[in-house]
Design a protein around this ligand. Sequence first.
Ligand code: CA
Length: 224
Amino acid sequence: MAHVLVVEDEPNLRVLLGRLLTNAGHRVTAAADGSSALQSAQSEAPDLVILDLMLPDLTGEEVLHALLTAQPATRVLVLSAVTEVDRRVGVFDCGAADFVAKPFGNSEFLARVRARLRGEAPTTPNTVARFMSGPDFQLDLQHRELLMGDQRIELPQREFVLLAHLLHRRGEVCTRQELLADVWGIDFDPRTNLVDVYVQRLRSKLSANSIETVRSVGYRLVAR
Ligand code: CA
């Protein structure tokens, strides 16, 4: 029997998670905010922590950081409606063992809990976990690598975030303005061809025509 700490401020979901895990044979402790989660984790040393990112006091990232600083061996499965690529990548960088997006299926959730309790790294190509899929490649969010056939290509930070953003909006046109804001945090016209330069760099690593130019607007990652 494993001991699982559920950190979730939404009462219905906290009860549901508790019930699911208890029925699956685990012992469950629940916390409704970040500081009580840290207290419980310290006093009870759970085998697995299910952590929501949007909490009333601390952010999930702060809890994750504090938790892993104090108890580096703790396994943390982040559960969140937050779908922004950057934040998803961020929790893996902070040491999370897995990320499950809300809404989730109960059996999928329990399968991921079992796998994390066994100490397995998430490997399923899954749009809500470690990998994002492109037309003929995958992006490994945990290792910031581009996977093409047998090749693994490590991407520099900006190229990685740019590609992740294009993937997230796959099939849709991303304007230069949007890319500047979301990838570089620039909300004014820098009067440079920054975006174009980085798109060229990505194109040199991807198959031809993976990223289409939409004239005088921006770029689109093909949906095929
Ligand atoms: Ca929440």
